[in-house]
Design a protein around this ligand. Structure first.
Ligand code: UD1
Length: 424
């Protein structure tokens, strides 16, 4: 643990069963690329059901840095990129916000040039952008990487047949956005099929793009010459919904998720059911409840429709409380087990062998002081704390602020006792 823990923390009282209903917010992972896609049109765009998160605020700052105007009120964001006249995003913003790489595709499509700071690695892996750059090169873009910046220029993007070695969410979104204003047809093969890619297609269609196939492994885009304004409502957040499903299960509670979309949650629901959790689909809602004795499960993270890597830490916390031996294999990121050491502090019995973690269920997790190593792992530690005995303190919760809207307030409305203590 760090010598000085100056950041804000959550104090979590344990041994609590969660009960009641929670409304799932708009999707963070859908909002970030859609915000970047507003750069494709000089007309005003209105986005509804936008979650007010640190990542969303940072993405808005990236747009403003380029010269856009943006206004947020009560979940509704209006963006107008008519006056964009700067083509460079700064290192400072990229450093806060890796998703600012999403501006590449739309900026090249509309202005033919962009300069972005190279995204660094992050805790979960090295996070390269070679698929993004290779795809754009195939569309005619000249790219120079110098002094930590990617400088990209193109006279006019041309359609291309692009095969991704791995169905990367980021590369798929970037190429989709570039292709909508390109000359001719672009086909992305082995494309990502995540719900947020489908939402991006819906948004691009609403501003006049000709695009089909999102949700499958092949996306086809016929370039058009101009796009218009639109109003679009963001889909509910798949991972926030999954996190609250685990919150219900790990506390052996009974929680109804309002506005969650069961179709997006299938891989999570199947694994919860394998562990003996009851999941019932209602009209526009999902009810999750669990009894004391849950069973072990086997999980491998994969691109959608496989089990999402963003739910791996939360499931590890849950399976730590299920009797028997569970196995989780992390197959998307090379280093996404940093929460293991923190979970062990809380009494979990975990053994990491390469990319696999063997989990032997324990009767009871114990409250401890732990540090959130990243966004989803931070959420998992809070859930573990609610189920554990005594008090847990989760430090470095700035990670959690990036991706969960009103996390503590939502948990407390279900009966949890989570107090935020802000550093001075
Ligand atoms: C990934 C997840 C996404 C999650 C996010 C944050 C998948 C497929 N994607 O999205 O669900 O919300 O992390 O946890 O589960 N890669 C390259 N070169 C590239 C781009 C990616 O080698 O140019 C590799 C990455 O190193 C990684 C994999 O492809 O191993 C997935 O990357 P990608 O889907 O692009 O990452 P994100 O878009 O951040």
């Amino acid at each position: 643990m760090k010598e000085e823990l100056k950041d804000s923390c959550y104090k979590v009282q344990g041994n609590t069963k969660l009960k009641g209903a929670v409304r799932i917010s708009g999707s963070k992972n859908a909002t970030l690329p859609v915000l970047a896609a507003t750069l494709l049109t000089d007309r005003e765009v209105t986005l509804k059901n936008v979650p007010w998160l640190k990542d969303v605020r940072n993405m808005t700052d990236v747009l403003k840095e380029l010269g856009a105007r943006a206004n947020y009120e009560n979940g509704v964001m209006t963006v107008n990129t008519k006056d964009v006249a700067n083509f460079e995003t700064s290192f400072e913003l990229m450093n806060k916000m890796r998703a600012s790489i999403y501006v590449m595709g739309p900026m090249l499509a509309r202005f033919g040039r962009v300069k972005v700071a190279m995204p660094g690695g992050c805790a979960i892996g090295s996070r390269p952008i070679d698929y993004h750059l290779n795809g754009l090169r195939q569309m005619g873009v000249q790219i120079q990487t110098k002094h930590g910046y990617v400088d990209a220029r193109v006279e006019k993007l041309k359609g291309a047949k692009i095969y991704l070695d791995f169905p990367s969410v980021g590369a798929t979104a970037n190429i989709m956005m570039a292709a909508v204003l390109a000359r001719g047809t672009t086909v992305i093969d082995n494309a990502a099929a995540e719900p947020h890619i489908v939402d991006l297609e819906w948004f691009l269609k609403s501003i006049g793009a000709r695009i089909k196939g999102a949700g499958s492994r092949t996306i086809t885009i016929d370039g058009v010459s101009k796009l218009h304004g639109a109003e679009h409502t963001m889909i509910p957040d798949q991972i926030e919904a999954g996190t609250f499903m685990v919150a219900a299960a790990i506390t052996r509670g009974n929680v109804t998720l309002e506005s969650a979309r069961a179709a997006d949650l299938k891989p999570i629901i199947v694994k919860l059911q394998e562990a003996g959790v009851n999941v019932r689909e209602l009209k526009n809602a999902i009810r999750v409840s669990a009894k004391k004795n849950l069973k072990p499960a086997k999980i491998t993270t994969m691109p959608h429709p496989g089990f999402p890597t963003d739910m791996q830490p939360q499931m590890m916390a849950l399976l730590s409380t299920c009797s028997g031996v569970s196995v989780i294999k992390e197959a998307v990121w090379e280093n996404r087990f940093m929460h293991v050491a923190e979970m062990i502090r809380m009494g979990a019995n975990l053994d990491v062998q390469g990319h696999t973690c063997i989990i032997t269920g324990v009767d009871q997790l114990t409250g401890s002081k732990v540090v959130a190593p990243d966004l989803r792992a931070g959420a998992a530690l809070v859930l573990a704390g609610i189920a554990a005995e005594n008090t847990t303190t989760v430090y470095d919760i700035y990670h959690i602020d990036r991706g969960y809207e009103n996390f503590a307030a939502k948990l407390n409305a279900l009966g949890a006792d989570v107090t935020r203590i802000d550093s001075e």
